[in-house]
Design a protein around this ligand. Structure first.
Ligand code: PMP
Length: 355
């Protein structure tokens, strides 16, 4: 830390992104990226746009936002495009939370929520998941604070129904409920259809997973026009050109690829079920994932040891050294070939443990 670093950030522990190691070629199942590159039309759109990089991007991402409004069935004034959904989440924490408006979220969830809270000086409280790692809806009814819920949740992969989300939103009319739907396209149910009914619901989605654009950094917030106007105030006070030209072009082309998108998510779901079944057959406990990852544990080997042994064999998964979940590993769903290698290496490790 330099001697100039502001006291207000001195105690901040930043978010730790998943490893991106350069020492060797790993099978990367650790950061929930898509294993499939984007379709050709997206690559062409990026190449075309690159010729105009001397010009600032459109601060309103007009063409992209109009197309998104059509895809999600809302008005364009109900959408804000952001630099990854992390930016949408940060704007939401900044816009709606402060010392008088704290926030609650589950004890086991996306690790960025406590970071956004501390970064912005927002008091927060975590609500424990049930013993089976599901969210207890009752705990959020009339909770009297803003709420952030990843649905499906990460790293558990478990989802709540839209009815449960609606109960939570309805019972907290004077607080904003942020529903982070980063993984919703892999079997979850989106609550975007509730945004016209509730002015306190903000839904956040991303192009990073089901649309294979993690490296482009594109996310969006969908909600009541007034909530979106507030987020825009923050955007125009920090970085009006938050979505760059190539990303906006990639996003627009991606939204036109309906068939590719349907196939992409279907393949991921098929590979997930194949992997979950295979893991259960060799004795793993696997939570019922509605995402592009699995959260699993074996009683033959601890989470950290499995992570390390897989890494030594060239397969990267994610391990969280946190109470309640340290026996688990989170495995991103890759191609069928990648999952077969992962399963073979896992089997090998278990056999070694039994010797
Ligand atoms: N929400 C959740 C639950 C996530 O796991 C992630 C990705 N790690 C994000 C949001 C952010 O994704 P991005 O910024 O790539 O859109």
């Amino acid at each position: 830390m330099s001697r100039f670093f502001s006291d207000k950030y001195a105690a901040l522990t930043p978010y730790t992104p998943g490893e991106q190691p350069k020492d060797m070629q790993y099978i990367k199942l650790n950061t929930n990226e898509s294993p499939f590159s984007p379709p050709q039309s997206v690559l062409d759109a990026v190449r075309n746009e690159a010729g105009r990089l001397q010009l600032y991007s459109d601060p309103e991402s007009t063409a992209l936002t109009e197309k998104a409004a059509e895809v999600w069935g809302v008005k364009k004034t109900q959408i804000l495009m952001t630099n990854g959904s992390d930016e949408a989440l940060n704007f939401a924490f900044m816009a709606f939370c402060d010392t008088d408006h704290p926030i609650v979220f589950p004890d086991i969830t996306y690790g960025f929520y406590p970071v956004f809270a501390r970064l912005n000086g927002i008091p927060y409280r975590t609500i424990p998941l049930k013993a089976d790692f599901s969210i207890c809806v009752q705990d959020y009814l009339g909770v009297g604070a803003n709420i952030a819920i990843a649905n499906p949740n990460a790293p558990t992969g478990l989802a709540l129904s839209v009815e449960s989300i609606e109960e939570i939103v309805k019972s907290n009319p004077d607080n904003v409920v942020i529903i982070d739907e980063a993984y919703v396209d892999f079997g979850g149910e989106s609550c975007v259809r509730l945004v016209d009914k509730y002015d306190n619901l903000l839904v956040v989605q991303t192009f990073s997973k089901s649309r294979s654009l993690a490296g482009a950094r594109l996310g969006l917030a969908i909600g009541n026009e007034k909530l979106i106007a507030d987020l825009n105030t923050l955007k125009y006070s920090t970085n009006p050109y938050n979505v760059n030209r190539m990303t906006a072009a990639a996003g627009l082309a991606a939204l036109c690829e309906t068939e590719w998108f349907e196939n992409n998510r279907k393949t991921v779901c098929e590979n997930r079920e194949y992997t979950a079944n295979a893991l259960r057959e060799i004795g793993f406990t696997v939570l019922n994932s509605k995402t592009n990852f699995l959260f699993a544990k074996s009683d033959k080997i601890g989470g950290k040891a499995l992570y390390e042994k897989l890494k030594a064999r060239g397969v990267l998964v994610r391990h969280f050294n946190a109470e309640r979940i340290k026996e688990f590993v989170r495995i991103t769903i890759g191609t069928r070939e990648q999952m077969e290698i992962f399963l073979a290496k896992t089997q090998e490790i278990l056999e070694e443990e039994e010797e």
